[in-house]
Design a protein around this ligand. Structure first.
Ligand code: F6P
Ligand code: MG
Length: 527
């Protein structure tokens, strides 16, 4: 689909597209290089029979490729074919064809195309290696930000656990009073959890290239208290009307299915899981389907490995670095030492509770280890609300109430239900370029699109006037299924604002499009 307005691109020097291309991508690449240098350096301390020398040598080749990429980008060189054939995990023929045909450079390509191409190109360096195939260059960052989120997560979890318990007892109770209370409160809780999942999107590692522990805590402050949310609701540019429509849909469902097109790992996906668990507890929804990304994407997006990792880490007693409240000195020390080990080896928490750390496995998240870990955790009744909830989520997953649309090791093709998300296509192309996925999403009662990138793709990253009706800007996708968008604004594109709101925010905060402080909630109904 070709939108009737031009696309955002770094040719416009006043755009965020330009800032991103000229400053942030080089920073992301620099971080990727130094992460790989560290991982390779950590290998030099190890002598476990693995081909350490071969692995270290190969890391140098990948570092050279990353450095060349950074250099070429800075000089605005043309994009080159990536060259992965269909037999190399995800082929890149579609990307390569466009690149050949268009002859775009890093700065004159449409911003969204160049950014998708960037992450596919980075992946290709690892995918074609012998020793670094399963290395996620952003894993260490994702995990370290997540470990700083314990305070906010624990607070949310305590509240949600109580809400879920009440919702479930209202469902099973004969007492009409309890049932009525359950019904009455449900809409309010829906609002709270949807907003918590919305603001969970404010923690995004690709935007915040150097996020301190304190920054993360600030971003996540607010929690579930009604007053804190009312305070933040002022920043929702579309108002909360979209949630009225979404709740009407969910509360009318019988044995419904809700889909989450996920965005970021760590804190954000935890807020999604809290929301999802509560949707099941309402009794209206019997299945929640999560759509991750098949490869490391826009730094912090959830891969299947991240998803499993999240469930395992949340059940561990020593994962968070910041859960000081109520923790003994011994507990804090244990957490610190575990954190230090995890810094070297993000798979630490999966290698079972303090057992030997194996740097050779660095950054490889092995799903069988997760399964072992999770079943061990299920046998012990967790001591904190989040541990108990995460154990419950693992059970939802093993019993099919939660489902990943596709699963598997890094880089395995996701197939017709997953490869589309890491293509360059706008979502307007979903009905024509991803027939099976579109048909599958049409089985859902509600599809929730999380975050900024998903919204850019919904809007074809085009220069719509901000007051364009959102469904119009969605093109042919509008009306295919019931859609709820929960996005904090971090890129130029926007739509769906009233003239009045648009003028007011322009006056109040000239950086509103990109500073992550403002948000939109939009509902587009199925036709
Ligand atoms: O340029 C900022 C950016 O990388 C955008 O490309 C992208 O839309 C956003 O950050 C990622 O944010 P989110 O994780 O919310 O999709
Ligand atoms: Mg993201």
């Amino acid at each position: 689909w070709d939108p009737p307005v031009p696309l955002w691109s770094a040719t416009d020097k006043s755009s965020f597209a330009y800032e991103s291309t000229s400053k942030r991508w080089p920073e992301i690449l620099a971080g990727t290089i130094s992460g790989l240098v560290n991982a390779s350096h950590a290998l030099s301390y190890q002598n476990d029979g693995e081909n350490v020398t071969g692995k270290m040598e190969e890391s140098k080749i990948i570092i050279e490729k990353l450095s060349k990429l950074k250099h070429d980008m800075g000089r605005d060189r043309p994009l080159e074919a990536i060259g992965l054939s269909e037999s190399d995990e995800l082929g890149t023929a579609e990307f390569d064809e466009v690149v050949k045909q268009k002859g775009w450079t890093w700065f004159n390509a449409p911003w969204l195309f160049a950014e998708c191409y960037l992450y596919r190109l980075i992946r290709s360096f690892f995918a074609t290696s012998q020793h670094w195939k399963y290395y996620d260059p952003f894993a260490a960052q994702k995990i370290s930000a997540f470990r700083s989120s314990g305070k906010a997560i624990n607070e949310l979890a305590k509240t949600v656990e109580e809400l879920v318990r009440k919702a479930e007892s209202a469902q099973t109770s004969d007492s009409s009073k309890a049932a009525a209370e359950g019904g009455e409160g449900q809409k309010l809780i829906f609002y709270l959890l949807a907003q918590s999942s919305l603001w969970g999107n404010a923690t995004d590692l690709s935007l915040l290239t150097s996020l301190s522990h304190a920054d993360i805590q600030d971003l996540q402050a607010g929690g579930l208290s009604t007053s804190a949310q009312a305070e933040r609701a002022k920043y929702i540019l579309t108002g909360l009307g979209g949630l009225d429509q979404a709740w009407a849909k969910v509360s009318a469902a019988k044995d419904g299915r809700v889909d989450f097109v996920l965005d970021n790992a760590g804190f954000e996906v935890t807020t999604d899981l809290l929301f999802a668990d509560w949707l099941l507890a309402t009794g209206h929804v019997k299945e929640v389907v999560f759509h991750p990304k098949v490869l490391p994407w826009f730094v912090s997006d959830v891969t299947p490995a991240d998803f499993h990792y999240t469930l395992a880490a949340l059940q561990s007693s020593d994962f968070f670095t910041d859960v000081s409240a109520g923790q003994s000195d011994g507990g804090k020390k244990a957490a610190e030492s575990a954190a230090a080990k995890a810094e070297l080896d993000p798979s630490y928490f999966l290698n079972a509770q303090g057992a030997s750390v194996q740097p050779s496995q660095s950054y490889v998240i092995d799903t069988s280890a997760v399964t072992k870990h999770v079943s061990a955790a299920q046998n012990t009744s967790g001591s904190t609300a989040i541990q108990r909830l995460a154990a419950r989520w693992s059970k939802h997953l093993s019993e099919g109430r939660f489902r990943l649309a596709f699963d598997g090791k890094l880089g395995q093709a996701a197939g017709p239900l997953g490869d589309f998300w890491t293509s360059f296509h706008f979502y307007a192309d979903l009905p024509t370029a991803a027939l099976e996925l579109n048909a599958d999403l049409r089985k859902s009662s509600l599809v929730i699109f999380k975050g900024d990138l998903n919204t850019r793709k919904l809007l074809s990253d085009a220069r719509w006037p901000d007051t364009t009706p959102f469904d119009q800007a969605m093109g042919p996708l509008a009306g295919q299924f019931d859609t709820l968008v929960l996005r904090t604004c971090k890129a130029d594109v926007c739509a769906g604002l009233s003239q009045e709101r648009f003028e007011a925010v322009q006056r109040e905060d000239p950086k509103w499009r990109v500073n992550g402080k403002w948000a939109i909630i939009v509902y587009v109904a199925r036709k």
